[in-house]
Write a protein that binds this ligand. Structure first.
Ligand code: HEM
Length: 420
C-alpha cells in the first residue's frame, strides 16, 4: 500500500552541531510520526518521532541495525568517503547486529548486567562519588573565581570509572582510552581527526586484548576474550564490542547526570522535593531520561523488506535508513500532555519514556545507569547543598553531537559547602 504524501516534500536537514536538539525534535514532530530528513553529508533518512511508531519498529522482525547486510547505500559505497557518522554503522557490535547475530553478541555481555552484579557495584560507586566530590572541592578551591566544571570533574568521571571497572580496563590505560573515546563518537570530526582517532583506538584495544588474554579477570573484556576463544565472535567483533561497551556506558550516563544537575539547579522547587525526600531520586532520574534523552538520536535501522505501518499509513521501504529520535519521543504531548516540555518530577508519566529503547535492543546498562544517577545526585546535593550554576543556561553550550545530548561543560560554584 502506498504511503500518504509526505508532509515535508523537501527533507529537513538535521543540524550536525546539534545546537537546538529539542527545537529540532519539535519541528520534526510537527511533520508527522516520521519525517524525511537529510543527515550530515547529504545522506537521506527517516527521523521517527512518534512513541507508538517507535515501539512498533523497535520490535519489528524486518527492522535491522546491520548496515553491512541491509543498507544498500553503505554496501554499494554510495556514502561520502569521509561521512562523519560512518563509525556508527561500520562498527561490528551488538548495537549494529540483527537477528541471530544480535543474540550471539548480546549473550556474553548479559551476565555482567544481572541485578545481583549491578547491586554489588553500589558501594564502589558511592566511594567513587565521594572521592570525585573531594576532587571537585579541591579544584574549586584552586580556581581564583571558585568556578569548577562539574561535567569534567564529576558527571563524566563517575560513569567512566564505573564502566572501566566493569570492562576491566587497567588504571594505566584509563586516560588514553578516555581521550580517544571523547573523540571517536563526536559527529563533527574532520576526516584526518577521524582516521587518527580510529588508528589510536585500534592500537589501544589490541594492547588490552593481549593483556586480558594473559591476565584474565572477572570483567567484560575477559568475557569477550573467552567468547572469542570459543569461536563465538571474530577478532573484529571482539575489539569493537569492548570499545562499544566503554562508549555506551560512559557518555550516556554522563549526560543523564549532567542534565539532572542542570535541571535541578534551574528548578529549585524540584530540587527541594528531592532533597527533602518528598520525591525519590529515582523519579528525578526517570524525569531527566524523559525530558532530556541522553541518546537524542540513534543511528540507525534499515528495513530488510518494505514495512507498512497500518496505524500511521506509512511505508518504510527496504534499505531506507531510519533514525529513532528518542529526544522527540520523550516529549510527546499525546503521552505527557501539554506541559511535556516542562521538567516536573511529580508528573505521573515520568516512567513512560523510551530513553533506554524497547524490545530486544533494550539497553543492557539501564539498571546500572539508574543506580549511578541516583548515587551521583544524592551524594552531590548532600555534600554541596548550595551548589549553583556559575553562568546562565544560555551560556551552557550543547555537545556538538546528533547522538549524545549533553553540555560541553557545566561551570558551577560550590558555595555553602558544609565541609569547607
Ligand atoms: C543514561 C544512560 C544510558 C542511556 C540513555 C542508554 C541508552 C541506550 C539506548 C537508547 C540503547 C538502544 C539503542 C537503539 O537500539 O536504538 C542502548 C543500548 C545499549 N546500551 Fe545503553 N544507555 C545508557 C547506559 C548504558 C550503560 C551504563 C551501559 C553499559 C555499561 C550500556 C550498554 C548498552 C548496551 C550493551 C546496549 C546494546 C543492547 C542491545 O542492542 O542488545 N548503556 N542504550
Amino acid at each position: 500500500m502506498p504511503s500518504p504524501p509526505f508532509r515535508n516534500r523537501c527533507p529537513h536537514r538535521l543540524d550536525g552541531s546539534a545546537a537546538d536538539v529539542h527545537g529540532e525534535a519539535g519541528a520534526l514532530r510537527a511533520l508527522g510520526p516520521a519525517a524525511r530528513v537529510e543527515l550530515p553529508g547529504g545522506v537521506p533518512a527517516w527521523s521517527v518521532t512518534d512513541p507508538g511508531l517507535v515501539r512498533r519498529l523497535l520490535v519489528h522482525p524486518w527492522i535491522s541495525k546491520d548496515a553491512h547486510q541491509h543498507w544498500p547505500a553503505f554496501v554499494n559505497g554510495d556514502l561520502p568517503a569521509d561521512w562523519p557518522l560512518r563509525i556508527w554503522v561500520d562498527i561490528r557490535t551488538v548495537q549494529t547486529a540483527h537477528g541471530p547475530d544480535h543474540s550471539r553478541l548480546r549473550h556474553p555481555l548479559v551476565p555482567a548486567f544481572s541485578t545481583r552484579r549491578v547491586r554489588a557495584l553500589a558501594p564502589r560507586i558511592e566511594e567513587t562519588a565521594a572521592t570525585l566530590l573531594d576532587d571537585l572541592a579541591r579544584e574549586a578551591a584552586l580556581a581564583p573565581d571558585g568556578v569548577v566544571d562539574l561535567r569534567t570533574w564529576f558527571a563524566t568521571q563517575l560513569p567512566w570509572r564505573t564502566v572501566t571497572t566493569l570492562v576491566g580496563l587497567p588504571e594505566a590505560m584509563h586516560d588514553a582510552f578516555q581521550g580517544v573515546n571523547d573523540m571517536v563518537f563526536t559527529t563533527d570530526l574532520s576526516p584526518e581527526q577521524a582516521s587518527d582517532t580510529e588508528a589510536e583506538a585500534a592500537r589501544l584495544l589490541a594492547d588490552l586484548i593481549v593483556l586480558k588474554s594473559d591476565q584474565p579477570g572477572d570483567d567484560i573484556a575477559t568475557a569477550l576474550v573467552d567468547a572469542h576463544r570459543e569461536g563465538l565472535l571474530d577478532e573484529r567483533e571482539l575489539a569493537d564490542n569492548i570499545w562499544m561497551v566503554l562508549g555506551a556506558g560512559y557518555g550516556t550516563t554522563a549526560n543523564l547526570i549532567d542534565h539532572a544537575v542542570v535541571n535541578l539547579l534551574t528548578h529549585p522547587d524540584q530540587l527541594d522535593l528531592a532533597v527533602s525526600g518528598r520525591v525519590g531520586w529515582d523519579r528525578v532520574v526517570e524525569e531527566t531520561l524523559r525530558h532530556q534523552a541522553p541518546v537524542a538520536n540513534f543511528m540507525m535501522r534499515f528495513p530488510t523488506e518494505d514495512v507498512y505501518d497500518e496505524p500511521t499509513g506509512l511505508t518504510f521501504e527496504r534499505g531506507e535508513a531510519l533514525v529513532v529520535n528518542y529526544a522527540a519521543v520523550g516529549r510527546d504531548p499525546a503521552v505527557h500532555g501539554s506541559r511535556a516540555e516542562v521538567f516536573d518530577v511529580t508528573r505521573p508519566t515520568v516512567r513512560e519514556h523510551l530513553a533506554f529503547s524497547h524490545g530486544p535492543t533494550y539497553c543492557l546498562g539501564a539498571e546500572l545507569a539508574r543506580l549511578e544517577g541516583r548515587i551521583a545526585l544524592s551524594a552531590l546535593f548532600s555534600r554541596f547543598p548550595s551548589l549553583e550554576l556559575a553562568v546562565g543556561t544560555d551560556r551552557l553550550a550543547p555537545l556538538p553531537s546528533l547522538i549524545f545530548n549533553g553540555h560541553r561543560e557545566i561551570p558551577v560554584r560550590l558555595e555553602g559547602n558544609k565541609h569547607s
